[in-house]
Design a protein around this ligand. Structure first.
Ligand SMILES: Nc1ncnc2c1ncn2[C@@H]1O[C@H](COP(=O)(O)OP(=O)(O)OP(=O)(O)O)[C@@H](O)[C@H]1O
Ligand SMILES: [Mg+2]
Length: 295
């Protein structure tokens, strides 16, 4: 069944999706992480969705908040969706409701506007969605623009307004944690230093997603090439050498996958018959990209 995407016309909420959805499975299976990270995410999320309601918040101060932190292109947003989809499969029965909040969709921090919209989101919109009674995962994507660090706020924005918006978010998270035991938050950020300390302190689990190492890059290259040519590339040593070169160039996982597009874009033959792609073509694309960057 296709995902139910309802643009609710509510400020800040980008999408409501019914999970599981077969089309979302690759968001979990195709994202390569360090050992144990996916297990911790899934275990915590299932615990939070199933048991948070009966726990005493002083004895175990659980907010139902997971933070994924790391540089751009390391899979944070994709994995957050994959986590929700996988949790939905594990829960069975009616699955769960996935609510995507885009922090950038809020009005500016000037004039207290963002404080009011953040308060509305947590006091009304999210509790209303939670009141439907289903397990609910709320994605707070790029949360640094919502939970601006009050100690590091720039002088251009009015510090009072920044304080108020961040305070509204903290109060909101506390309120939803109290009132809506069926809600679990997943927040992403590529700038943890810019995220307010009190917000991070509320996180039950913080996971770092870094740039991929050689073995991860190998898997990502093989997976991307297989998508184009229909089978995994056979030349192991060439794949290893290419992965090492990608790591030396400090490519993030998104750039690693995009390299295959650069290889295809470099040749009319490959554009028309991509199944002929070879590892050497991708290696050439990397050299070409590095040359361009140094020119
Ligand atoms: N760890 C990874 N393993 C495999 N593929 C990845 C990984 N990280 C990113 N990718 C690829 O890059 C795409 C974009 O990743 P995504 O948008 O989730 O990154 P992000 O960390 O949220 O980046 P940003 O901070 O820029 O928002 C993914 O859909 C996938 O194709
Ligand atoms: Mg992202």
């Amino acid at each position: 069944m296709p995902a139910l995407v309802v643009p609710p016309g509510v400020e800040g909420v980008v999408a409501l999706v019914d999970l599981p959805d077969a089309a979302w499975e690759s968001r979990w299976t195709r994202i390569v992480t360090t050992e144990g990270l996916k297990d911790r995410l899934l275990n915590f999320t299932l615990f939070s969705l199933r048991h948070r309601g009966r726990l005493d918040a002083v004895r175990l101060p659980i907010h139902g908040l997971v933070v994924l932190a790391g540089p751009p292109g390391t899979g944070k947003t994709t994995l957050a969706g994959g986590l929700a989809d996988t949790a939905a499969r594990e829960l069975g029965a009616g699955g769960l409701l996935f609510v995507e909040v885009d922090a950038h969709a809020f009005p500016s921090q000037l004039l207290g506007e963002s404080q009011r919209s953040v308060a509305r989101l947590f006091e009304r919109t999210l509790p209303d969605l939670a009141a439907r009674g289903r397990p609910t995962i709320v994605l707070l994507d790029e949360v640094e623009s919502l939970a601006v660090s009050r100690s590091g706020a720039s002088l251009e924005t009015n510090p009072v307004d920044v304080h108020r918006a961040t305070d509204a978010l903290l109060e909101g998270i506390d309120e939803v944690a109290r009132r809506c035991p069926n809600v679990t938050f997943v927040a992403t950020t590529n700038h943890p230093a810019g995220v307010d300390a009190a917000f991070l302190s509320r996180a039950d689990l913080v996971e770092e997603m870094g740039l991929p190492g050689v073995s991860s890059v190998k898997r990502i290259l093989a997976d991307t090439i297989a998508e184009v040519i229909g089978s995994e590339p056979a030349d192991e040593p060439a794949l290893g050498a290419l992965a090492e070169a990608c790591v030396a160039s400090q490519l993030d996982a998104r750039r690693v996958r995009k390299l295959i597009l650069r290889a295809i874009a470099s040749s009319r033959e490959l554009a028309l018959s991509p199944e002929r792609l070879r590892i050497e073509d991708v290696a050439a694309a990397l050299r070409d990209e590095a040359d361009g960057a140094h020119r």
